[in-house]
Ligand binder design. Structure first.
Ligand code: AMP
Length: 614
């Protein structure tokens, strides 16, 4: 099939108008009126997200872009989504038929355009597949082929990149459309009718597809149907109480569950405002957090509104913390106000383990704000979370199963389910088990990979749904003063403590099991260490041995014995009274930086190869 390169003819440069609404230059008011009226004859599907968006106050802010100052209301959003959806259906309809259940890949910057495209694809009852523009061409080709995407959309910024991907030759050839400026604001205040999704069953066929990071095999396409996205969002709404008063500062990549579900879809459900500020830059973030409390900020500046909601990965909090001392005094003072519990109502950390020193430093800096840690993954959205009550944000814990999520621990030794109340063995040792999950928030399948899907679920033998095996292991513990239900009924009983991934973070050494995350936590609490990754290395004597890759604080280069650089012996001595001997790393390598992906995660298999050459 020939490749099509459709450049939207509606596309024109947009004019900024004072109300922050955009209209295409050259379009007359009459033309606009008639085209809007005509468009409203068609409609968006009657799904939860569109119902929620339609019911928000159309004049309230939906999306802002910090740098350009562009802002868009829920009214703008509804109208623009409708228009983009029709535009897409029209082009595709003529050439390729209905989009229901088809993968529509798109490459867009972190902006209003991304949100419009995402919703327009949902509006077509299609499966939105956000692509990371930072991925190499080969990776993007693999994803397009593997997902059998029917359409590839790109904003102008990524047109060349998208074209490059297509030119390199794909087995599967999607329709290609550059959205030069897809954002064309209509009045947006009219009610938009919602229609039942098309298709033989009445259930929507659409949803989202995200690719796993593929540390062990090639990345897998995780299909999250519309019903699971809705369940994930409603679960978070209940636990974290997003509201129309919330302004969320968005610092995350948008090809990942965290950035999309927690920081776009759920806020849209709630009618919150999303302010994009990507790529992450410490000074810009500090200035933004400080702005509402800084005397030089213009009274009518959009930055006068305080940020109330921040969701990020541990490395973001870490980098903010280490850049803070370099800020000018008056920004420091204003920023501290900005992140204090009275103003920043919720600060969340997740996607990787939150080191206790990072959490403690943030609490000091913010004069009492406690980071809320949660655990999630692409296949399940968010699964476990600490609670809104500060007493329910316990160091090292990821809390309880979120609303609608059913969780269990399956003993990694005996393969038996660990019943509630039997968290320790006969010797009083905590039992370690794999986290297994089920419920409406769980993904449906790895696309086109029935074997992987089958292998990742187990039958619970109770006639209920099968359990998804996360591959993460944890212990459970009752914590004094926490889990009393003050954060909601879901946040009761013993709390979960993540030990790491079964495949890489549980190191079997001399018959003992060591959690890499536990050792990392202790290493990070030493003043000489700023980053740590603990791995297992093959050992003839022990089966595996514990090794550490660390980044030292600049002054640690002279704080070892006899004024030498701090080294493995110093590390072992420092950990002696903190960890059992078998848990203390036998080797330590120092790097300038530990390689991490966009979400701050370390690929430990690659790290071992790179650093230890095994
Ligand atoms: P992804 O699917 O890329 O979001 O990665 C999910 C994985 O990140 C999980 O399987 C965990 O191994 C890890 N992860 C997510 N949240 C946490 C957390 N709070 N603590 C430790 N590991 C986490």
């Amino acid at each position: 099939m020939s490749r099509l390169n459709l450049v939207s003819r509606l596309a024109r440069p947009c004019l900024r108008v004072s109300s922050a609404r955009l209209i295409p230059s050259g379009q007359t008011v009459h033309a606009r009126f008639f085209s809007t009226a005509k468009r409203l004859l068609t409609s968006l599907p009657d799904t939860h997200i569109f119902r929620a968006i339609r019911d928000h106050d159309p004049s309230s802010l939906a999306v802002l872009h910090s740098l350009s100052g562009r802002s868009f209301t829920y009214g703008n959003l509804t109208a623009d989504v409708l228009r983009a959806k029709e535009d897409l259906e029209q082009k595709v309809g003529k050439m390729k038929g209905n989009l229901s259940g088809e993968r529509v890949a798109f490459m867009a910057e972190n902006s209003y355009d991304y949100v419009v495209l995402l919703l327009a694809i949902f509006g077509c009852d299609a499966i939105a597949l956000p692509l990371s523009p930072s991925f190499p061409t080969g990776e993007l080709q693999y994803i397009l082929d593997n997902s059998e995407a029917k359409v590839l959309l790109a904003t102008e910024k990524y047109a060349d990149k998208a074209q490059g991907v297509l030119q390199a030759g794909l087995q599967h050839d999607p329709l290609f459309d550059i959205r030069r400026k897809l954002v064309v604001g209509a009045s947006g205040s009219e009610a938009v009718p919602l229609e039942k999704p098309k298709g033989s069953s009445e259930l929507p066929a659409g949803g989202m597809m995200l690719y796993t990071s593929g540390t062990t095999n090639r990345p897998k396409g995780v299909f999250i149907p519309e019903s699971a996205l809705t369940a994930q969002a409603t679960s978070l709404l209940k636990a974290w109480e997003y509201s129309p008063q919330d302004r969320l500062l968005h610092l995350l990549p948008l090809h990942h569950i965290h950035g999309v579900v927690n920081a776009i879809i759920t806020p849209l459900f709630a009618g919150s405002s999303i302010e994009f500020m990507y790529p992450f830059n410490t000074d810009r973030v500090w200035n933004r957090l400080a702005a509402p409390f800084h005397p030089h900020t213009e009274p009518n500046s959009p930055e006068k509104s305080k940020i109330t909601f921040l969701t990020a990965v541990p490395t973001v909090y870490n980098r903010l913390r280490s850049s803070f001392p370099k800020l000018p005094q008056e920004i420091q003072q204003a920023a501290q106000k900005g992140i204090s519990p009275e103003n920043l109502r919720l600060n969340i950390s997740g996607s990787a383990a939150l080191p206790t020193p990072t959490k403690a430093a943030w609490q000091t800096l913010s004069k009492g704000n406690v980071l809320l840690e949660r655990f999630g993954m692409t296949e399940v959205g968010m699964a476990l979370s600490c609670g809104l009550d500060f007493a329910d944000r316990v160091d090292g814990s990821v809390g309880w199963p979120l609303p609608q999520v059913e969780a269990r621990l399956v003993d990694t030794e005996t393969n038996q389910v660990i019943p509630l109340g039997e968290e320790t063995d006969a010797n009083g040792r905590e039992r370690v088990g794999e986290i297994q999950l089920r419920g409406p928030t769980i993904f449906r399948e790895y696309f086109g990979n029935e074997k992987a899907t089958r292998e990742s679920f187990v039958d619970g033998g109770d006639g209920g749904a099968h359990w998804f095996c996360t591959g993460d292991v944890a212990t459970r513990r009752v914590v004094q003063g926490a889990g009393k239900g003050t954060s909601g009924d879901w946040a009761r009983g013993p709390m979960y403590f993540i030990q790491g991934r079964k495949s890489v973070d549980i190191i079997k050494t001399g018959g003992e099991k060591v959690s890499a995350l536990e050792v990392e936590r202790e290493l990070l609490s030493l003043p000489q260490i700023s980053e740590a990754a603990v791995v297992g290395l093959p050992s003839e004597q022990w089966g595996s041995k514990v090794a550490a890759v660390v980044v030292l604080h600049p002054d640690a280069h002279t704080t070892g014995r006899n004024g030498k650089a701090w080294g493995p012996m110093d590390m072992r001595r420092a950990l002696n009274d903190r960890l059992a001997g078998y848990k203390i790393p036998q080797e330590m390598k120092v790097l300038d930086a530990i390689p991490r992906n966009a979400m701050g995660k370390v690929n430990k298999k690659a790290l071992v190869k790179q650093v230890f050459d095994v």
